[in-house]
Design a protein around this ligand. Structure first.
Ligand code: UDX
Length: 437
């Protein structure tokens, strides 16, 4: 099948390489010339495991092309996928500017029988709005068939998530268009659910909001575990054994970040307000998350009797989760700001996100080139992102370089057995009893 994709961000690019991988002829379009030049050479503008191999292989096989020209990109395409960003506006609602622009740019080149798929996360009703824009700007003999096809991939495992998704949601009011999109995905052998456009749009927001709520719920349980002397890891495991609850997304920590959960929960909240529907649990989910992001700061402050000024705090991890250099809504931002405000000197280390972090956090903290450099002479270590390197760090050797080994683990990712075997350490996880040797 010939497929055109507008937007080469996480969603557009992952979809593009995956569709090429399963044999389709894919052309990705983006207005950013520098990005397209890079992509044509097989260079990925995002850090995503496996992306460059997929790019190189499919470009070489002649299945994947990149262009800045809508005319060239869309020519002959049976399906056009819109995968541009829908960032957050000041008031929390989704900003559809890029999508509207993309629709306007695209309209003139649509051919008679084109199916337009929206993959971007968009508020309920957006597919209808985009259809109107397309219809107003395309040739009169073109009939636009919209399909809402939300994306559920995670950063860091984007390709695996696309190729081995749990489900594919296809929302359309045109049976034929829905069948065509289903056929496009058929080599993937992933269950497809056909539904209406509006239900498909809603499934995306409801899924993300539910997962975010699951995280806030377990974080609140973790805080309670700390207060009553229980262990949240065991509690989550015990809860998760009930199939109705499930054992995923019950890892307590320092809250969710990233480009989707914070933005999507806010956008859904905004919709509930517009529709005057009471959905208070969303507000609680956001409130708990805001608090949880600074949980490590509060713990550190308490440990140092309310005064961290002049202390060197090593912050291990900057990205919002491992295997990505993405800093959007990363808990590290707030942690760095709060500690700096309290007069601490923060030395941060991240294997890939430092460049992006410098742009977001700035020079109020220092950035170490190695984990060792960050922890040397530190008064405390805060584990903020569970990179493999952090999980595998040699805790016993910290005693040789730190002033005193005090660790606050915001991801409960360090090895307990190793910790218990170390001398003179203090280990404070989230929602679990401390280990003091
Ligand atoms: C998320 C959704 O999972 C995905 O379906 C959607 O398409 C986009 O948003 P992503 O933001 O890439 O994906 O990352 P994810 O792995 O879901 O993690 C999001 C945040 O939640 C991270 O900050 C992570 O650390 C946190 N998290 C996740 C927890 O704190 N606990 C958990 O149990 C799971």
């Amino acid at each position: 099948m010939k497929v055109a994709i507008l937007g080469t961000g996480y969603v557009g690019l992952s979809t593009g390489v995956s569709l090429a991988e399963i044999g389709h002829q894919v052309c990705c379009i983006d207005v950013d010339e520098a990005k397209i030049n890079q992509l044509q050479q097989g260079i990925s503008p995002i850090y995503e495991p496996g992306m460059e191999e997929f790019l190189t292989r499919n470009i070489a096989a002649g299945r994947l092309r990149f262009t800045t020209s809508h005319r060239q990109g869309v020519a002959g395409a049976e399906i056009v996928i819109l995968a541009v960003g829908t960032p957050q506006r000041e008031d929390g609602s989704a900003d559809l500017t890029y999508l509207v622009e993309a629709a306007k740019d695209l309209a003139a080149y649509l051919e008679q029988e084109t199916i337009v798929v929206i993959k971007s996360t968009v508020p309920v009703g957006t597919n209808d709005e985009v259809r109107k824009i397309l219809e107003a700007n395309c040739h009169e003999d073109v009939s636009v068939k919209m399909v809402a096809n939300p994306e559920f991939l995670r950063q860091g495992s984007a390709l695996k998530d696309t190729l081995e998704a749990d489900r594919i949601i296809i929302g359309s009011d045109h049976q034929q268009a829905a069948s065509k999109v289903k056929e496009m995905y058929s080599p993937l052998k992933v269950p497809c659910m056909l539904t209406s456009v509006r239900s498909a749009e809603m499934i995306k927001y409801a899924s993300n909001a539910f997962l975010a709520t699951k995280i806030s719920f377990i974080n609140a349980v973790a805080n309670l575990c700390e207060a009553v002397g229980a262990d949240v890891t065991d509690v989550a495991k015990g809860m998760g054994m009930d199939k109705r609850i499930g054992n995923h997304f019950l890892n307590a920590g320092i809250g969710y970040g990233g480009s989707c959960f914070p933005k999507d929960v806010k956008a859904l909240w905004h919709t509930t307000r517009n529709e005057e529907v009471d959905f208070g649990v969303l507000a609680e989910t956001m409130r708990i998350n805001d608090e949880q992001q600074v949980r490590l700061v509060k713990k550190t402050l308490k440990r140092f009797a309310g005064d961290v000024s002049g202390k060197k705090i090593a912050m291990l991890g900057l990205s919002f989760k491992p295997e990505t250099d993405d800093m959007r809504e990363a808990p590290s931002i707030k942690i760095a700001q709060e500690l700096t405000k309290l007069g601490a000197h923060v030395a941060a280390y991240d294997p890939v996100a430092t460049k992006n972090a410098k742009r977001v956090i700035g020079e109020s903290i220092s950035y170490a080139d190695t984990l060792l450099e960050a922890v040397t002479d530190a008064d405390a270590v805060l584990v903020v992102t569970e990179w493999q390197e952090m999980k595998q760090m040699d805790i016993a050797s910290l005693g040789e370089v730190m002033k005193q080994v005090i660790i606050f683990d915001g991801r409960n990712c360090l090895d307990e057995e190793q910790l218990r075997n170390c001398k003179n350490i203090e280990y404070h996880p989230i929602g679990r009893p401390a280990i003091i040797t």
